[in-house]
Design a protein around this ligand. Structure first.
Ligand code: WT7
Length: 651
């Protein structure tokens, strides 16, 4: 963000300090206030994690906290059994049946509220409906829905009957949905025909039709009619099906701690997305505990995580974490600037939101929109703020702290990943000093370190982030591909001969002399656009599929609001016309194969790509060009002139 986006007056009101103590009024009521928790967890590891497990009501309590007999295929709370839907719904009924579980608001102002009692009724009806169409225990149910209350309801219904869900973000294309359904052998799909965004009703139905036409196996689909009551041929209408089961009670299925709860696909270096497998006991304990320790949630809170449930943030911290704790979770369907740029603050005021969690990209957009929007609302109900998904620059952190939190709310900058299931590196809000820009210490029980390329620990400086002990929320494998699990996450630094297993998240990081970790960003070929992870290989494969494209390279370049944006460099075929038409087709291909959120910022035609003498594309140089950075060393290039040519076009 350039400096003139913020007036001098607003800038002058930002706090100057580089570190902040937790505000007293927060500490007075925080769930954790004693820093001895760090030593306690370290000296009692892995038994310390019973503190997480005891937040739940298990059918059978575990025999063993951690089973390391087949590293790195760790198992947590073995011998224990539970049901995630029971934990998030049924067990709250005696004390909190009348309290709100979900507070939903549509973009058009429509409101739907579900008490825990209502949620119980809905989830049971949906569970019975799913059983009715043939879903059995361990069948993977794909869910392709926008932010409607039915999305968490379907997830919980799946959990109730022991059917793992596979939620695919609604912004993904039909191709992306089809790939995920194929890879997960998913024979069931719950979806909608359309949804609202910025006042417009988007068509979802044709994406669903295209996906179903390309999936090789038969799929039983359920469609929620949003545009009109569903009357299409083939798939079941959601309302009709579910209403037919209203009043039915479905006994929650007792699941083993290590039974799969869900799959979530995410991008990595290589072409195909990975199905990250999360299991029941460890995951649920971990998200409940981190929601309790880091978001400081209590059952009395109204909590709003302004993410989409289609990503892991929403799974862990809109659905499972808060509901396991009996909190009220707010869900908002639409855009943050609809009808105006104070929509979120208007809602925070109206629902008296206590805890608010969002992404740095959103904070940067709020900064751009100006302080009048938050200042025209009473945000005094807020007591804690959080961010997730990408690094937050200190200015954006301070703006959030000052203008949203009124300098009385701690800000937790939480580093974690789809694979980690829950938060890993962040301050504990009632204990830790906050340093804007730095996520903080590894959570108690989490052995995260910064190491050099050779694996030597760095005490004060930059290197790579690594995790040296397993944790309950960790992924268990890449679905259907145990080898890839080891290859992707456990190969870089582990020493299997010495029984030393080190998890590598593929992030660069630095650490200061207090042990505070600042995560710098991905070191693999992944672009982080507005907190969404995109594999450059996936993007490239979409681009080279376009007729007229001979070769392509896709990189991330810095962007003032999105954090990173997608830049595409293309060598056109000799007889192709390298102009706007081809450019349009390339953009369309990316949107079609991945989704509109992956839309390239720029498509640059070039006669050549910068390559090393061995013919490898030098992405780093293209990244520098995209970010407007000075170029590093180009002496190893086979064709150094090409970089200047490309730079001329980007500027
Ligand atoms: C990648 C994981 C975790 C839910 C949302 C993203 C980056 C995440 C932070 C943070 C700096 C962060 C990392 C990570 N990231 N949180 N607080 N500071 N970087 O989940 O799609 O799996 O992406 O997001 O690069 O590896 P994801």
């Amino acid at each position: 963000m350039s400096d003139d986006d913020m007036s001098d007056e607003i800038e002058a009101r930002l706090p100057e300090e580089d570190s902040f103590e937790p505000p007293e009024e927060f500490v007075d009521q925080a769930n954790y206030t004693d820093s001895s928790i760090y030593e306690r967890f370290e000296s009692d590891w892995p038994e310390c994690w019973e503190e997480a497990a005891t937040l739940l009501d298990w059918y059978d309590v575990h025999d063993q906290v951690l089973d390391t007999s087949d590293e790195p295929f760790y198992e947590w709370f073995t011998g224990g059994s539970l049901n995630a839907c029971y934990e998030c719904v049924d067990r709250h009924l005696p004390e909190r049946g009348d309290e709100l579980a979900i507070q939903w608001e549509g973009e058009n102002g429509e409101k739907r509220q579900f008490t825990y009692e209502d949620l119980h009724e809905e989830v049971n009806a949906v569970a019975a409906a799913l059983q009715d169409i043939g879903v059995g225990e361990d069948d993977v149910v794909s869910v392709y829905m926008p932010m409607l209350p039915e999305l968490p309801i379907v997830m919980l219904a799946c959990a109730r009957i022991g059917a793992p869900h596979n939620v695919v973000f609604a912004g993904f294309s039909s191709d992306a949905l089809a790939t995920r359904m194929e890879n997960s052998d998913s024979e069931y799909l719950v979806t909608v025909d359309g949804y609202l965004r910025r006042g417009e009703l988007l068509d979802h139905e044709s994406k669903v039709d295209d996906a179903l036409a390309s999936v090789e196996h038969d799929v039983e689909a359920v469609v929620l009619g949003r545009r009109e009551p569903w009357s299409g041929e083939g798939p079941h209408g959601y309302r009709e099906l579910v209403d037919g089961h209203r009043g039915t009670e479905v006994e929650p299925v007792e699941r083993d701690s290590e039974d799969m709860l869900f799959l979530m696909y995410t991008s990595g270096t290589t072409g195909t997305p990975k199905g990250v497998k999360h299991t029941t006991g460890g995951y649920l304990s971990y998200v409940a505990w981190t929601a309790h320790a880091v978001l400081d949630l209590t059952p009395e809170d109204t909590y709003w995580c302004a993410a989409d449930i289609g990503w892991i943030t929403g799974h862990s911290y809109i659905v499972y974490g808060p509901l396991a704790l009996g909190t009220t979770t707010v869900m908002y369907e639409g855009a943050p600037d609809h009808p105006d740029k104070d929509r979120l603050w208007e809602m925070v005021e109206r629902y008296m939101v206590d805890v608010f969690y969002t992404a740095p990209t959103a904070v940067r957009a709020f900064m751009k929109w100006g302080t009048d929007y938050p200042e025209s609302h009473d945000l005094s109900s807020l007591r804690l703020l959080g961010t997730v998904g990408e690094p937050i620059n200190p200015r954006a952190w301070k703006w959030y702290y000052r203008y949203i939190g009124g300098e009385s709310c701690p800000v937790v900058d939480t580093w974690w990943q789809t694979e980690t299931g829950g938060m890993m590196v962040t301050t504990l809000p009632g204990i830790g000093e906050m340093k804007p820009g730095s996520a903080g210490l590894p959570l108690p029980g989490i052995d995260a370190r910064v190491v050099t390329g050779e694996g030597e620990e760095v005490d004060d400086g930059a290197g790579y982030l690594t995790v040296h002990k397993p944790w309950p929320g960790m992924l268990r494998t890449v679905y259907g591909d145990d080898e890839r699990y080891i290859e992707e996450y456990w190969s870089e630094y582990s020493d299997p001969d010495e029984d030393e297993w080190i998890y590598f998240p593929e992030d660069g990081a630095k650490v200061d002399d207090d042990g505070y970790i600042t995560v710098l960003g991905r070191v693999d070929d992944v672009v982080n656009v507005s907190g969404h992870r995109l594999g450059t290989m996936e993007l490239e494969s979409a681009v080279v599929g376009v007729e007229g494209v001979a070769e392509a390279a896709v990189v991330g370049g810095s962007h003032d609001v999105k954090g990173e944006a997608v830049y595409v460099y293309v060598i056109a075929e000799e007889d192709a016309d390298a102009g706007d038409e081809l450019r349009g087709e390339i953009v369309e291909a990316v949107e079609g194969e991945i989704g509109p959120f992956a839309r390239p910022e720029e498509v640059v035609f070039t006669p050549d790509l910068p390559k090393t003498r061995s013919g490898k594309i030098m992405r780093r140089l293209l990244e520098d060009v995209a970010s407007g950075e000075p170029l590093g060393d180009t002496s190893t290039l086979r064709n150094p002139d090409v970089v200047e040519d490309i730079r001329g076009q980007v500027e």
